[in-house]
Design a protein around this ligand. Structure first.
Ligand SMILES: [Zn+2]
Length: 458
């Protein structure tokens, strides 16, 4: 499904030769017949549909009896008893940071995402040269890579918290030149980081919007009340909300967070502002549970999702936990209570109408590339989202913040054929998103077991 035009583009833009199995002839057809199709807009599973794909694009989605003629050379998949969802998108990934410490290059973990049905990833703060190279490998090797959308470095105070992927911006007057530089890297997301103060943050938001870019923030010095009023588009991590609903008189002792009352006027007022400004929140529950709060719990530490991760990364994770002082938050019971509060707040945000994203912060310790998004979906459902809403977060909402909702995020004629074929209904049990038979990326049909063989085990 990779036309000659795109092949040329891949080789020239990518700079990395595509392998033979990445390439299919132009004008190839695929039909998935008699399948159930998840309609992202309505949240319904539509029975007995046929999806026809031409090259990399969905040509039509119709009731099975109305699909019209399908070219005889088309690859046909019997979809009876199968459920098709849009390709999943992970809204919070790093393709350089952490991997570089473990001496793993981002391209090595790309097949892990695709094997898990994650057909696009949103990088959220990396060193642009290396991140661009990883994105180019993804273009050149579509049969083993998700689409990679890159981000600015972490725009931070001086010195930046993360010196490897941060960039100091201390004066609003520096912002126009910074954006002129970033424009050459085709970044889709601008990320404000924890040390940034309000004047610089506001200048970044204004310049980002002038250039049509999504501006997101991992907050610290800049409060969400200020950032939301200034027009920030999204907040990374549930902490960027949670940390600002704690009244100043609450004692900061281990365990206090898990005992907070979220039904307070301060909390409701902040949530009302998020709703009013339609500010996206990306809770990244996976990194809070797996890395920050509960990395010592055997179900997390020894989770089977970690098995296919390259050994260099798995061996590095415990060292990085030590360096970063994780687990944080005191005794195990206190940490469990704190995590429950993060989930409670996530449910409150959803019920109030705050638009949510689904991201993971992979490959931070114990947050495995790809499979952690299924953990995130499960934790979102545990937090109170219906399965259809969790799926919408991981597809259409995530596509929207990438500026890609016309091409990605739902299954409709004219959209890119990024699909996941499941053997069980995820609306009945969100864990059924793991029952992946095939992943289709731009019309290329991929076998998850074969993709895992492309991940180095050393
Ligand atoms: Zn991150």
């Amino acid at each position: 499904m990779w036309s000659i035009r795109w092949l040329v583009a891949a080789v020239v833009v990518g700079g990395v030769a595509a392998t033979k199995e990445d390439i299919k002839a132009a004008d190839s057809w695929l039909a998935i017949e008699h399948c159930s199709v998840f309609d992202t807009e309505s949240g319904q599973m539509l029975p007995d549909r046929t999806i026809v794909v031409r090259d990399s694009v969905i040509d039509r989605v119709t009731p099975a009896g109305e699909a019209g003629p399908i070219p005889p050379e088309a690859q046909r998949i019997d979809g009876r008893g199968k459920f098709v969802i849009p390709g999943l998108i992970d809204a919070h990934v790093h393709v350089v940071h952490v991997l570089d410490f473990a001496h793993v290059t981002g391209d090595e973990v790309l097949p892990l995402y695709l094997a898990a049905g994650v057909t696009s990833i949103r990088s959220t703060g990396d060193e642009p040269v290396a991140a661009t190279l990883v994105a180019r490998v993804a273009v050149a090797q579509p049969a083993s890579s998700p689409r990679v959308f890159t981000c600015s470095p972490l725009l931070d105070a001086d010195p930046p918290i993360h010196r490897d992927v941060g960039r100091a911006v201390t004066d609003p007057a520096q912002v126009p030149a910074l954006f002129a530089d970033l424009a050459q890297w085709d970044v889709r997301t601008i990320k404000i980081y924890a040390g940034t103060a309000r004047p610089v943050g506001r200048a970044i938001i204004e310049e980002g919007h002038r250039r049509g870019l999504f501006v997101t923030a991992h907050l610290g010095a800049y409060s969400p009340q200020e950032a939301v009023a200034d027009g920030v588009d999204g907040l990374e991590h549930i902490w960027s909300v949670f940390n600002y609903i704690i009244p100043p008189d609450v004692p900061r002792v281990p365990g206090h967070r898990g005992r907070l009352d979220l039904n307070t006027p301060q909390c409701d007022a902040l949530i009302a502002e998020l709703v009013k400004h339609k500010t996206y929140v990306d809770p990244t529950l996976a990194v809070f549970r797996n890395m920050i709060l509960l990395p010592d719990v055997p179900e997390v530490r020894d989770h089977p999702d970690n098995a296919p991760v390259p050994a260099r990364l798995k061996e590095f994770w415990p060292k990085y936990l030590l360096q970063t002082g994780c687990p944080q938050g005191g005794a195990l019971d206190d940490r469990r209570r704190e995590f429950a509060k993060f989930q409670e707040l996530t449910g409150k945000l959803y019920r109030a109408g705050v638009p949510l994203l689904a991201g993971t912060d992979s490959p931070e310790p114990l947050v495995p590339p790809g499979y952690s998004l299924h953990q995130e979906l499960q934790m979102l459902v545990e937090s109170g989202l219906p399965p259809a809403a969790a799926l919408r977060a991981a597809t259409l909402n995530n596509a929207t913040v990438l500026g890609e909702k016309d091409r990605l995020g739902s299954i409709a004629a004219g959209k890119l054929a990024d699909l996941v074929l499941l053997t069980a209904n995820p609306l009945e049990d969100i864990q059924n998103t793991r029952r992946i038979e095939r992943v289709i990326r731009g019309g290329l049909v991929c076998d998850p077991a074969e993709l895992l063989k492309r991940v180095p085990q050393k």
